[in-house]
Design a protein around this ligand. Sequence first.
Ligand code: DGY
Length: 320
Amino acid sequence: MKVFITKQIPETGIQLIRDAGHEVTIHDESRPLPQEELIAQCLQHDALISAGFNKIDAHFLETCKHLKVVSLFSVGYDSVDIDAATRLKIPVGNTPDVLSRATADIAFLLMLAVSRKAFFNYKKVLDGKWQEFEPIAHLGQELYGKTLGVFGLGNIGYEMAIKCKAAFGMKIIYHNRKPNVKAEQKLEATYVSFKELLAQSDVLTLHANLSDATKGIFDKEAFAQMKSNAIFVNTGRGGLHNETDLKEALDNGTIWGAGLDVTNPEPMDKDNPLLTMPNVCILPHIGSATQEARNGMAVMAAKNAIAGLKGEPLPTIVNP
Ligand code: DGY
């Protein structure tokens, strides 16, 4: 059978699909694939591996309802209309776990970078503006004993909490759809309401799925309830926060700083004012960008595609 992949992915995954006897077509170009082109390709294939943020909406799914599987090269599945896929009986797979440590590393890196204004100071060095040692300039804040608030304590949030507890003895609080028993037992994490999460966190790290319930949840009203020393870290999805409200909260000192690996839209415009703020560190959505995580994702995406083509249950399915 025939598998279409929207971008080049690590060879480990592609080889698995070929070894299973399937033919692979890869859209090996850096330009984004317009939906009509994606549909035209999928009409000639039996399975799709989506390795980017192509919109897999109801129109796409209705038109391509012959697909035996949609396999995402990501843990996030906000690009897919899951209700439509389920209605049309198209299984959707994703790639959890294998990228949790790598993504939490980036959340940790951003937290630390914001706390010490690292990117801003690095820019000064690059621009030849490094001056004499200045006793009262460049002051950051320490993280020892502070409170980490996790919005969405799943696998990635758990890995971030482990690091923060081990490195800085941080107290862990979290807000979830349902309690995380493992985190409560192993990390003494405490479940709190959303309001308490906002009010008590010194660092607030976002790891929730983007959905109708979470879209834009970090807005003016939410930032207003946060501490003025708070560091806001988003490695989940840019749509979780309202960028205008975030900028305003940073500008007027409502919160202390922000570290973002995700923005809305992506890529971020190079003239975005957030990029020149001293208390902001931004990375271009590289949470899962390690060789280990990406190889793991390629293998999982391939296994999901192969299972779907056989009509078997996907190893990691979003819509069981
Ligand atoms: C994910 O897996 O959801 C990451 O954001 C990369 O797409």
